[in-house]
Structures are given as structure tokens and as C-alpha cells.
Design a protein around this ligand. Structure first.
Ligand SMILES: Nc1ncnc2c1ncn2[C@@H]1O[C@H](COP(=O)(O)OP(=O)(O)OP(=O)(O)O)[C@@H](O)[C@H]1O
Length: 213
């Protein structure tokens, strides 16, 4: 498709080996344009995280191609091209919230991240070690880290899993601003509050993309 930033072509993928080998994705095709909030929806185990990892370049597809801006997604590009909020967050527990957010920029101290911390309700705890914050706060810090460089593609795995309604609202405002600035936000979720505002909804079932409703 012309104008696609992320292209997934005939991707099939198996995880595990031997008796635990599981065909997780089957013949997945997907084209996503820039400046879009795209949701990957589907039940637990449908393959959302696996597809996120393939787009983020964490691993290569078993078969088929995953392209970001015309180049193979694996190995991962720089954080300003594709960023990732993994489901398990992967914050550095000893670093402060602000330091974690600024890690991709390789700087510490005040920067445009201050604005992001404010908008995600993290300003008051910015100087606290990440290990001494709540799970919801850690998740928002990992989201800020994913957005801090205004990436072309932000892959966000369940970014609202630990958030109440008020914080979901903040997150959706931040995501809308990123999309307006040009980011393709690819969000794996079964949170209807996010699905309701998505520009594109891709539904996975048992590793296959369901036809658009
Ligand atoms: N290392 C692995 N070895 C074998 N099977 C795996 C492995 N990792 C994931 N799977 C299987 O792959 C399938 C898809 O997993 P994936 O994490 O992509 O789903 P998901 O849609 O993101 O689920 P959730 O919403 O629960 O996070 C599941 O059936 C899971 O059990």
C-alpha cells in the first residue's frame, strides 16, 4: 500500500520449540500509515504481543516480512524510529522516573520530557527511584520513555492495563498529541476505552487478522 509506514507481509510465526512449539501468527498482512492511532485488539493469547515484538524489531518473523519505512524491522532501528512499551515495562528500578524517561535521549536533567511527565501525572514523583512507585506510575513512565523522542512508530503493549479512568484520559490525550505530531502509535489492547478512539482497529483471533467489520 502506498504511504504505509509499517507493512506486515504474509507473516507466520511460531514460538517455543519441541512440545511447546505454538503457531502464534498465521498469514498476517497489515499496512499502517503514519500519524495514526492503530489498535491491535484480540483476546488473551491471540498474538498481539508477538506482533508488537515483530514490529518493534525484538525478533525476526519465522516467515514473511515486517517492514518499517521500507526497511526490515529486525534488527531494531533506533528509538526515534521505533520505540517500545513492553508489557513488562523494563524500567531501570534504581534510576528515577525522569531518568528512565530520558534514557533514550542519553541525557539527564531537564528537557522536553518535563512536559511529558507533567501531562502523564508524573511530575510530583519524577525524582523518585522507579522501584518506589506504583505499577500504574511505572507504566506511565514506560509510556513517556516510548514517546520522548517523538518516534515515527511507537509500539505500545497494553499501555492502559494498570490505569484508572482519569489516567486513561491523560494517556489518550498524550497519544492524540503524538499522533498529531506524526507518530504511528500501534497499541495492543483489549481496553474498549482505547479501541473507541482508534483510527484503525485490527482484530486478531488465534493468530489471524479478522476481516474488517
Ligand atoms: N515462548 C513461548 N513459547 C511457546 N508459546 C508461546 C511463547 N510465548 C507466547 N506463546 C504463545 O503464543 C500465543 C500468543 O501470545 P501473545 O503473548 O502474543 O498473545 P497476546 O494476544 O499478547 O496475549 P495477552 O493479551 O494475554 O498478552 C499464546 O498462545 C502464548 O501461549
Amino acid at each position: 500500500m502506498t504511504g504505509a509506514l509499517v507493512e506486515v507481509r504474509a507473516v507466520s510465526h511460531t514460538r517455543g520449540s519441541g512440545a511447546s512449539a505454538t503457531q502464534v501468527l498465521q498469514d498476517v498482512d497489515l499496512s499502517l500509515p503514519p500519524a495514526t492511532l492503530a489498535v491491535l485488539a484480540g483476546r488473551s493469547g491471540s498474538g498481539k504481543s508477538t506482533l508488537c515484538h515483530l514490529v518493534a524489531g525484538v525478533m525476526a518473523p519465522g516467515a514473511g516480512q515486517v517492514l518499517v519505512d521500507g526497511r526490515a524491522a529486525y534488527p531494531a532501528a533506533d528509538w526515534a524510529t521505533v520505540s517500545l512499551l513492553p508489557q513488562r515495562l523494563a524500567l531501570e528500578p534504581e534510576l528515577t522516573v525522569a531518568e528512565n524517561v530520558l534514557l533514550p535521549a542519553g541525557v539527564r536533567g531537564r528537557s522536553p520530557a518535563a512536559d511529558l511527565l507533567e501531562r502523564l501525572g508524573l511530575a510530583a514523583i519524577a525524582g523518585r527511584p522507579a522501584r518506589d512507585t506504583s505499577l500504574g506510575e511505572q507504566q506511565r513512565a514506560a509510556l513517556a520513555r516510548a514517546l520522548v523522542l517523538n518516534p515515527a512508530v511507537a509500539v505500545l503493549d497494553e499501555p492502559t492495563a494498570h490505569q484508572d479512568d482519569d489516567h486513561v484520559r491523560l494517556i489518550l490525550e498524550v497519544l492524540a498529541a503524538s499522533v498529531t505530531a506524526g507518530t504511528l502509535a500501534l497499541v495492543a489492547t483489549h481496553d474498549q476505552r482505547v479501541i473507541d478512539v482508534a483510527g484503525v482497529v485490527v482484530r486478531l483471533r488465534s493468530g489471524r487478522v479478522l476481516p474488517a467489520a
